[in-house]
Design a protein around this ligand. Structure first.
Ligand SMILES: NC(=O)c1ccc[n+]([C@@H]2O[C@H](COP(=O)([O-])OP(=O)(O)OC[C@H]3O[C@@H](n4cnc5c(N)ncnc54)[C@H](O)[C@@H]3O)[C@@H](O)[C@H]2O)c1
Ligand SMILES: Cc1cc2c(cc1C)N(C[C@H](O)[C@H](O)[C@H](O)COP(=O)(O)O)c1[nH]c(=O)[nH]c(=O)c1N2
Length: 173
């Protein structure tokens, strides 16, 4: 096939971008915070590793989300990658549900930062927000990992093609 026969999209508008991004599988996470500004949590797939020195990951948060001021003011958060079976919880934290109802649906613990750690998450990263970069509609939160808790038993959960998919651990196949 020559390059002229490829299904090229020359003008990448918002819909074309989203449609293409739906083809990138990603972990689904619940991002939480608690502190002087209150408790909040939301579902995020825009999370990735930045550097291991110092251990840092990033989270992209839409500034129009109701939870945005709470994260900005608390300055700490926890990244909880979801496990297989957490689909309903993901939907709850991704909608317009009141915060109390979101947190009532699961069990939580806390570490140094006070941000809620989700019981049953595949791992939890307790973080301090060290830098915020605004790009378009979103804030990119740089999050330095202060402590983490591993869960070595659960299977993972991915968001791909606008749906949930289970990621089986090697030893379960
Ligand atoms: N990064 C994000 O902010 C983000 C990511 C995934 C889903 N969502 C929210 O969940 C809804 C459902 O998502 P979907 O995957 O079923 O279908 P969709 O068609 O709305 O999105 C497809 C993909 O585009 C990207 N995307 C969606 N909204 C975005 C945004 N505002 N900024 C940057 N990237 C974005 C994500 O990778 C998403 O998986 C979205 O409409 C959005 O409100 C937001
Ligand atoms: C699978 C999936 C993945 C994401 C989201 C949703 C879903 C269902 N949402 C949207 C986000 O969860 C939603 O806007 C929040 O719940 C905030 O909503 P409130 O304004 O607080 O109700 C989301 N928002 C965001 O700012 N960054 C992200 O990476 C994602 N990713």
């Amino acid at each position: 096939m020559s390059v002229h026969e490829l299904p090229l999209v020359p003008n990448v508008d918002r819909d074309a971008f989203r449609h293409a991004m739906a083809r990138l599988g990603a972990a689904v996470n619940i991002i939480t915070t608690d502190g002087p500004a209150g408790r909040a949590g939301f579902t995020a797939s825009a999370v990735c590793s930045v550097t291991d020195t110092p251990p840092t990951l990033l989270v992209c948060l839409n500034r129009s989300a109701s939870v945005w001021p709470t994260f900005r003011d608390n300055g700490y958060l926890c990244v909880n990658p979801l496990a297989a079976g957490h689909e309903d919880l993901s939907t709850l934290f991704g909608g317009k549900t009141p915060m109390e109802q979101r947190f009532a649906a699961a069990n939580w613990h806390t570490l140094a930062s006070g941000s809620p750690l989700l019981e049953g998450a595949t791992v939890s990263f307790d973080c301090k927000i060290t830098q915020v970069v605004s790009v378009g509609t979103h804030d990119v939160l740089m999050c330095e990992v202060l402590a983490l808790v591993r869960n070595d038993d659960s299977h993972g959960l991915a968001w791909f093609d606008r749906g949930y998919h289970h990621l089986l651990r090697q030893d379960a196949r």
